[in-house]
Ligand binder design. Sequence first.
Ligand code: WT7
Length: 647
Amino acid sequence: MSNLGFENTDTFLLETRVFPPSPSTVENANITAYMKSKGFDDYDAFYKWSLENRFEFWDDMAKELHWFEPWQKTFEWTEKPFFKWFLGGKFNITYNCLDRHMQTSTRSKVAFHWEGDDGSNRTLTYEDLYILTNRMAKGLQNLGVKKGDRVAIYLPAVPEQVVALLAVARLGAVHTVIFGGFASNSLRDRINDAEAKVLITADGNYRGGKLIELKKLADEAIKETPTIEKSIVVRRLGSDVNMQAGRDIYLDDLLADIPEDTFVPCEPVDSEDPLYILYTSGSTGKPKGIQHVQGGHAVGVYATTKFVFDIKPDDVYWCTADIGWVTGHSYIVYGPLMNGATSVLFEGVPTYPQPDRFWSIVEKFKVSILYTSPTAIRGLMRFGEEWPKKHDISSLRILGSVGEPINPEAWIWYRHNIGHDELPIMDTWWQTETGMILISPTVVIPLKPGSASRPLPTIEADVVDKNGVSVGSEKGGFLIIRHPWPAQMRTIYKDPDRYVQTYWNVIPDVYFAGDAATKDKDGYFRIQGRVDDVIKVSGHRLGSMEIESSLVSHPAVAEAAAIGKPDPLKGEHVKVFVILKQGFEPSEAMEKELKLHVRTTVGALAVPDELEFAPSLPKTRSGKIMRRVIRARELGEPVGDTSTLDG
Ligand code: WT7
């Protein structure tokens, strides 16, 4: 894990301009109002205060939400590294997303402007969402779902997907959402690890005009998931799909006898009770079930949505991520709804039917806050600036980016063509594990292209060496966070040892993020990428081992190694090296077959762009494939320490 290209900072240093915030934005910002309430005009002084008074800050945030019973203690860290927030509090996140708004004018406000892949639209007010969520909660109850049960959700981006999360949380049950782009084996493994009782899926959907037969994939998966008792099927296409009697039920049928005025009380759960498990890739072949709680998670997500995106009552907010990833959990579903925001929910892709899809949606719904990914921006950049120019996108006032480093060139294009050289770009660094944004500008600080800028209030981030010693400015090292924050993961589901080893024991006593970074003299962070075997393809997180395991499960493959290679569009793409078993010959047909095998076992997002048949792979004496060496050789970089290399 040493020697990971910390020296490769050159490309980031080409753009040295600093972009100050506009005075009117600063004056009206949510964060400014909070700073003032604490007696501060100056952000630096406020940030310093927040480090020393983090519990006061988080108490203030928590008080803006509804608690059935208030917490008795803000924080406890007695059984390190395990910690707790808002101890003794009784809470429900769905109450804060929906019920609370039923007593205010937000009730009739639009919660989601939905746009389907095919251009169809649906509008749901907070009240619509509330009614549907109560009915769905009742339906789930009727199927036997109760507090603590796991419910798997495998759906396209339709309003029912949002409702599914909210209904599960309402019951105090635990959702585990599986991205619709995952293939059946990935779905099966996640359901089995979570031991989910119910699966919510759809008959199918279109993405970028391409048919995805979700129900077929789900059927394949639940052949081998003994815990699944029932599967609810949302009719998205209305096509006839296989329905297994006694197990499968259409959502329409489940809800048919449940009237509109059905009320299912929100289960008042403990702050530390689980809200969801979300699987993400790590260094081993087995995805980690990242477990988040109800109380602290809600507080962290609520506050960061309010301060980073500066959401105001009149904003129209659009996060283009998928609810299958953490970005969608925190910043499509929970954060915006707790803030009573109007959002856009989009089922499709940026370039279908044409490369102006995003801009036509911005124009149609008068989007004022746009949160998207560097890959989307780079992809749209390719088509040129005439596409955004076709539309009136003057409603925009804040831009955001997430998922991977945004290269300065893309940052400048985004600012110029979408932000009219004026709008602030929130380059937000965070992770599935962090639950909420940790390093990001707020609209009141100067911006540096390619830098996620500074830790948010109360967050104590640093760049350190492997002993935990700060490396000083402009030097590469490991990104760490010193003190827990409310939305932080609590454990890996069913694997607390792995949680401790992966996040707390790499560098003594601090949270290890798995990223390399530098920090400049102004305290601005530049994230350089993963230092483990995680590959970031278009911002999607993949484990080398997951791809390798898929390949070696093919009868022709003896061994395989997967690495990430820099990619101008996707950030990184996957290259695999394959050793075939005796009796099999390299060929184009074999290459095709192996790629298809990865597609059908893991999912389209994991398919390698490059596949090389190799006679051998560098290994340690104990037989471990040295991906680091393979990668360095491939990129023509210094190979570094190879003292443990075999031969
Ligand atoms: C990894 C976490 C955070 C939600 C989506 C990804 C990379 C994320 C940035 C950013 C540079 C970033 C890191 C991180 N990453 N945001 N703004 N700049 N890198 O969540 O799938 O858990 O991935 O994404 O490498 O560790 P995730």
